[in-house]
Design a protein. Structure first.
Length: 249
């Protein structure tokens, strides 16, 4: 969802340890189940009210809760976007795990480039039900209070994708592979925001080209580092473009 600086995301990603359980985002402590219910209830109001406190207040009212419940949401309506983003990450993780379980022991593994392309495409397709409001979700990352959580979730997403792709590298390649895929994902998401082609066909063609370019780089460290330098600037542009699409300053 919200794509902060590639290097910041990968810094967070470098601290991950498998196995990772994404669903710990909302722990089962007192009050968190209620918070989860409010966030889930808020989603149906996003189309009309955006990722806002108004959507939260509608859900709180429908659940017949005290108006004071809004105080649980320190990040305001941005917590709806973070919640939804995490739920999509969880769905993708389940799908990748199932695909791994369904693979016969003697079957050839899916080529990594094909797996990466399919995983990125699937994850972007999962958010289509709210794509009319996705530029707003991206623009929320401008808030420094929102960015750390968004970056952490994105880092976990990229690590999950590489984990199920079968990557076991522990050297320089660990960092560069995740950084380059993070850039490919972010750039494809940015392209998709402006794509008006039927079925987002131009977006998927763009993704195919980026994955092909990535595969062509191989383990060339010099070229990969050049890609990372340019990717950082391009990723930062995502938020500016999303903000401009909304007419914000």
């Amino acid at each position: 969802m919200i794509r902060c600086c590639v290097r910041q995301a990968l810094s967070a990603c470098s601290r991950l340890h498998r196995p990772f359980q994404a669903r710990t985002y909302y722990a089962s402590e007192e009050g968190e189940d209620l918070k989860f219910d409010i966030l889930e209830g808020s989603l149906k109001h996003v189309h009309n009210h955006g990722w806002t406190e108004t959507a939260l207040r509608h859900a709180i009212k429908e659940l017949d809760l005290s108006e004071a419940s809004i105080k649980m949401f320190k990040l305001g309506g941005a917590e709806i976007a973070l919640h939804y983003d995490q739920s999509l990450n969880d769905q993708l993780e389940d799908m990748m795990a199932q695909q791994k379980d369904d693979l016969a022991p003697d079957a050839e593994p899916v080529p990594i480039a094909d797996f990466l392309q399919d995983a990125i495409k699937t994850r972007l397709e999962l958010q289509l039900p709210y794509y009319d409001r996705w530029a707003e979700a991206l623009a929320l990352c401008i808030d420094p209070n929102v960015a750390p959580k968004a970056t952490s979730q994105f880092a976990h997403l990229i690590d999950d994708i590489w984990f199920y792709a079968g990557d076991k590298s522990t050297d320089f390649n660990w960092y560069t592979r995740r950084a380059t895929v993070a850039a490919v994902y972010g750039l494809t998401e940015l392209f998709m925001l402006q794509d008006t082609s039927p079925g987002y066909s131009e977006t998927w063609a763009f993704l195919n080209r980026r994955v092909t370019d990535l595969a062509a780089l191989g383990e060339n460290r010099v070229e990969l580092e050049k890609q990372l330098e340019s990717a950082g600037d391009l990723m930062k542009a995502t938020f500016i473009i999303a903000r401009n699409m909304l007419g914000q300053k």
